[in-house]
Design a protein around this ligand. Structure first.
Ligand SMILES: NC(=O)c1ccc[n+]([C@@H]2O[C@H](COP(=O)([O-])OP(=O)(O)OC[C@H]3O[C@@H](n4cnc5c(N)ncnc54)[C@H](OP(=O)(O)O)[C@@H]3O)[C@@H](O)[C@H]2O)c1
Length: 333
């Protein structure tokens, strides 16, 4: 099939959030440069980062509008740039675009970073493979050093990243305490969470301390931010407890050197997948290898994202912002 010169794409035109994300029908189809491939996108992963970018709240990861939104795309390779021997045309891959552009009918990926869609899986079932799942695994293992028998507190546990984290933490033999909005608690228990705490109304630190006999947890996957950040610090075991901070959904929170010395004597670790890929590719490679091991043994199976048509991307992002979603979300161009 001939690649057209224009395509449908969702363009973010301001930093005012999903309300200024709109469908255009004549966006130029990008050309793959040296070392790149062009894919016909069949499913794009929605990530909280898309929301943060739409509000200009993602630091260096916030492009200046206007830009074609979306970072994670899956689909079929339709053209390759100079020097690319693999993946070739016809291969189904998923990856993260260096310049975004996933909420569109076509996007460019670096050939070296394009991950094959596991055999037997549809493209949309692979959504999460390049962002949510490796982020969850990195937080649990190389960053969080989780071991069997330990207890982990996972915020936003019913979300795209959180569900993967719950599944993997249970696989590694941990006791899981998950937080989520009330309507998501049954789902979390079905996933295997041992204890569930209301992320909106509960005194999270007090409940965790009660569940752990006053000791606190060995590891916190902290992505909630806002007031919950303090709860995460208070819920971690003194001295050995680790808090891996990888999201700020509820907003920025402050911590002083005094807090670390006199209030929260815990181990605080920052995680950003983009920085991990750039600055420590070997560790990222180990995370991906471990993740593919979990796929091969069936610990992680094909995903079942909630899907929206491409044109409904703004609504999907608004739902994500309203905390109304569970699991992974995908846009279908
Ligand atoms: N650093 C990295 O490299 C990296 C990579 C992947 C993901 N992340 C982070 O991981 C987190 C989860 O990402 P995701 O894409 O999988 O999203 P998600 O978990 O599917 O959705 C976000 C969830 O966060 C919870 N939340 C708590 N406070 C919130 C608030 N004030 N506003 C909106 N949501 C709030 C909500 O769950 P409840 O209502 O159930 O509490 C909401 O459903 C995000 O913070 C994201 O930035 C970071």
């Amino acid at each position: 099939m001939q690649t057209p010169s224009t395509m449908r794409a969702l363009l973010q035109t301001s930093y005012r959030g999903p309300q200024d994300l709109g469908l255009m029908t004549d966006a130029p189809v990008p050309n793959p440069g040296p070392g790149e491939v062009l894919i016909r996108v069949t499913a794009a992963g929605l990530n909280f980062l898309d929301l943060s970018r739409s509000r200009g709240e993602a630091g260096d990861w916030s492009p200046r509008p206007p830009y074609v939104a979306g970072i994670e795309g899956a689909g079929e390779v339709v053209a390759v740039g100079e020097g690319v021997t693999s993946p070739g045309p016809g291969a189904h891959v998923i990856g993260v675009g260096a310049n975004g552009g996933a909420f569109a009918e076509y996007m460019v990926l670096a050939a070296a970073g394009a991950v094959p869609v596991p055999s037997g899986w549809g493209d949309e079932q692979a959504v999460g493979l390049c962002v949510s799942w490796p982020a969850a695994l990195a937080a649990l293992r190389p960053f969080g050093d989780l071991k069997g028998g330990q207890t982990v507190l996972i915020h936003a546990a019913a979300g795209g990243t959180g569900q993967a984290a719950v599944t993997m933490a249970k696989h590694y033999g941990a006791t899981v305490i998950g937080t989520a909005s009330p309507g998501k608690h049954d789902l979390l228990r079905t996933l295997g969470a041992d204890h569930v705490i209301d992320s909106r109304g509960a005194d999270i630190a007090a409940e965790v301390l009660q569940l752990t006999g006053g000791a606190g947890v060995d590891l916190v996957l902290e992505s909630a931010g806002g007031a919950n950040f303090q709860a995460s610090l208070a819920a971690a075991k003194r001295v050995t407890g680790k808090v891996v901070v990888f999201g700020v959904a509820g907003g920025a929170a402050t911590l002083t050197n005094w807090d670390l010395v006199y209030r929260h004597q815990i181990q605080l670790i920052g995680l950003n997948l983009g920085t991990l890929i750039r600055s420590a590719p070997q560790i990222f490679g180990e995370v991906m290898a471990e993740m593919f091991g979990l796929l091969a043994t069936g610990v992680l199976g094909p995903g079942r994202p909630t899907t929206y048509p491409l044109a409904d991307g703004p609504r999907a992002l608004a739902d994500l912002e309203a905390r109304a979603t569970v699991g992974k979300l995908a846009l279908l161009p």
